[in-house]
Design a protein around this ligand. Structure first.
Ligand SMILES: Cc1cc2nc3c(=O)[nH]c(=O)nc-3n(C[C@H](O)[C@H](O)[C@H](O)COP(=O)(O)OP(=O)(O)OC[C@H]3O[C@@H](n4cnc5c(N)ncnc54)[C@H](O)[C@@H]3O)c2cc1C
Length: 396
């Protein structure tokens, strides 16, 4: 009697940009009847929907509804022939090819091949080193984020942030002068601060948003771009404090030299590895990221792949961004199939220049492509077109 080899199991953990692309590709192959993957595929994600971060500031400023910026992962899985599991990844035991997840109860899944695209957590270490002389990198990543100060609103996870932003708007409606601070110096913090100022000023002209950004505002961008952004912050009347935030309690935000009365604080203070990366035997790099090679493959376990904010390339610097999750994800999807079919894998080589479009609250945006800078209402419409296309191809 012939014994057929049993089907392999591919486990996709997280529903980030890369796995969304993978699901789209599987459903297209299924429609065309060209699906050649003789594999059981499962996707584990915390939520049946995922929020598209690129449009979040537009939602805050009132340009989009929540359904405009959400992607229905459960439906995408159904169309792709992938089993959706609403659970949270809590542990990866790579030596025994098992992951542990948590939902209503704890579950163990076996896999032949694992792909990780769970994104990252907000780096809250700035809250924990104010009263001693440790630098951020000396503070234990997992311990800090597990006990994060509940008064400060972290931008991630986005699903939690959505509820907290709705609460801020409600509180602002019943306040004479609502004061919001946003902490961070990257593009996300800048977009959030301008969106928040537009939203709060629409409620009451006395409401005020403050950006606490330290000394290195937009350090990864060219100086022309930075100057354009600063002009827009001034146009909106945003208060800029170029000091480090150190603490927030009892309605007082402390910075290096100041103490400010603030109703709510949002942290967009960069990323550190997902909490589960503290419970794995995979090789971890830097602040809790899965160490991968140019094929997006774990450097310690060859049947594990990771892409997007959860991973760090060990051979070259690749920024944590949605753009690299999408493009790296396309290569990773090819490599997962190649690995399953024992064929040759590809290398992800990021382009030397990527287009970055930063929305300025109202329907205005600034763009950068290498050293070329752009701005205007038309840049906002270009961003809207690109963002809506991303959502629409993943909805239909
Ligand atoms: C306001 C804002 C605006 C931004 N704008 C841009 C932009 O314009 N361009 C750009 O390139 N980048 C932008 N970024 C950065 C971008 O959001 C991230 O780099 C990108 O989302 C990373 O994508 P990812 O695929 O790694 O995962 P994510 O998009 O973070 O998705 C991770 C997914 O995994 C799920 N998940 C998380 N943990 C678990 C777990 N333990 N178990 C199961 N599931 C889990 C989450 O629910 C989520 O669905 C922005 C960020 C913010 C905050």
């Amino acid at each position: 009697m012939t014994k057929f080899p049993s089907k392999k199991t591919l486990l996709l953990a997280g529903a980030g940009h890369a796995h969304i692309g993978m699901l789209r590709r599987l459903s297209t192959a299924r429609l065309k009847n060209t699906d050649t993957t003789d594999t059981d595929i499962h996707l584990i994600s915390e939520q049946p929907q995922t929020i598209y971060s690129g449009m979040l500031p537009g939602w805050m400023a009132g340009h989009y509804q929540l359904h405009d910026i959400s992607i229905d992962i459960k439906s995408l899985c159904m169309r792709a022939g992938v089993r959706f599991v609403q659970q949270s990844l809590v542990q990866v035991n790579a030596v025994s090819n098992k992951v542990v997840t948590k939902g209503d109860e704890q579950t163990v899944f076996n896999y032949d091949v694992l792909s990780l695209n769970t994104g990252a957590d907000t780096d809250m270490r700035w809250l924990y080193n104010h009263n001693d002389h440790r630098s951020d990198s000396d503070v234990d990543v997992g311990a800090v984020n597990a006990h994060a100060n509940t008064d400060v609103i972290a931008i991630r996870p986005l699903s939690t942030f959505i509820t907290q932003w709705q609460r801020i708007l409600k509180d602002a409606q019943s306040s004479e002068r609502y004061q919001l601070a946003i902490i961070g110096a990257g593009a996300a913090a800048i977009e959030l601060v301008m969106a928040a100022q537009v939203a709060l000023r629409n409620i009451n002209r006395n409401h005020q948003v403050t950006l606490v950004c330290g000394e290195n505002l937009l350090s990864g961008f060219n100086s022309g771009f930075r100057q354009r952004v600063i002009k827009q912050l001034h146009r909106h009347g945003i208060t800029i404090i170029r000091e480090r935030a150190t603490d927030y309690r009892d309605g007082k935000l402390s910075t290096t030299h100041k103490s400010l009365p603030i109703n709510a604080v949002i942290a967009a203070t960069g990323v550190i590895g997902s909490a589960w990366t503290a419970s794995t035997d995979l090789e971890i790099e830097g602040d809790g990221f899965v160490a991968v090679n140019d094929k997006q493959q774990s450097v310690s376990h060859s049947n594990v792949f990771a892409v997007g904010d959860v991973a760090t390339r060990i051979d070259k610097y690749v920024a944590h961004s949605g753009v690299h999750s999408v493009h790296g994800g396309a290569v990773e999807a090819d490599n997962l199939l190649a690995y399953l079919q024992e064929s040759v894998m590809k290398s992800y080589q990021p382009k030397s220049r990527t287009l970055y479009l930063l929305s300025c609250g109202d329907k205005y945006a600034i763009g950068s492509w290498g050293n070329v800078n752009l701005q205007g209402r038309w840049v906002w419409h270009l961003k809207k077109y690109i963002d809506k296309r991303f959502i629409e191809v993943n909805k239909n």
